[in-house]
Design a protein. Structure first.
Length: 274
């Protein structure tokens, strides 16, 4: 706890992440205005007491839309990263168990092929077949995350399998499932959690990019990326309409990156104080 409190990256990331999560949870029960209510007479208003961050081109409250957008972004990130985490870790550990076999080689080459494409491009290719929508966007981002977690899990598991206590467990007659559950998974869990926090920021950026292109979260559901797309026409007249969702995306990406960097330092046994 003392090391965590004295780690600047971790604390800044934790505070920013906590703020975003609090805003997202608060939007489940309360927002300043109805985020979907259009008031044409109030369109493109500057920030005021009534509209804290102003209104967009349809007169919708930007603050309310950002709050609901935070909830949607976190939901997409949690589900997409969860898919990559679970499936990728299972594939990576399975490949590590069969290191050097034909099955391991085929699996790794398939993952390399998937990983060769950029995140947004991969998602666009997948959404071309599945169609636009937030559910399909989650699936697309999750599929792209699988090879990242799989390669990391395989490398970490190979290191654990080479340790003496694994050989001792095998000599003691422990089953493969028991070795995985008691020795391998606990030893790679910290590394996987760090990667999950870093991957979370990429998932939020990918969702915003897909929504900006019109194939992610669909109207009338608020999305930070969609808000940026709608605001670009009114940049000269009301630049703040684009500034606020842009700041929200940047802050979310920064928060989870700093949190991941901090967790990596805190969970790395080589960096612990003697």
């Amino acid at each position: 706890m003392r090391r965590a409190l004295s780690h600047p990256s971790f604390m800044i990331g934790l505070v920013l992440t906590g703020f975003i999560v609090t805003i997202a949870l608060l939007s489940l029960f309360w927002t300043p205005h109805d985020p979907g209510k259009m008031q044409i007479l109030q369109r493109l208003r500057p920030p005021s007491v009534q509209f804290w961050l102003g209104t967009d081109q349809f007169g919708r409250d930007i603050a309310s839309m950002l709050m609901v957008g935070a909830r949607n972004a976190l939901l997409v990130g949690i589900v997409a990263v969860g898919i990559g985490f679970v499936v990728g870790m299972m594939l990576g550990v399975f490949a590590a168990q069969h290191e050097g076999s034909l099955l391991d080689e085929i699996l790794m080459r398939l993952l390399d092929f998937t990983f060769a494409f950029p995140a947004v491009l991969s998602a666009i290719l997948i959404l071309t077949f599945l169609g636009p929508g937030v559910v399909n966007a989650v699936i697309a981002i999750g599929i792209y995350s699988v090879p990242i977690f799989a390669r990391l899990a395989r490398g970490a598991a190979l290191q654990v399998f080479s340790r003496d206590f694994i050989r001792a467990a095998r000599l003691a007659g422990c089953s493969r499932l028991s070795i995985l559950r008691r020795h391998v998974l606990p030893n790679i869990a910290g590394l996987m959690i760090v990667q999950a926090s870093l991957q979370f920021s990429l998932a939020i950026l990918a969702e915003a990019g897909l929504s900006y292109l019109g194939i992610g979260t669909q109207p009338p559901n608020p999305s930070w990326g969609r808000m940026l797309f709608d605001a670009q026409t009114y940049m000269a007249r009301a630049p703040l309409v684009a500034v606020f969702p842009g700041v929200a995306i940047a802050m979310a990406a920064l928060a989870f990156n700093l949190l991941g960097d901090g967790l990596r330092d805190l969970l790395d046994p080589r960096l612990k104080e003697r």
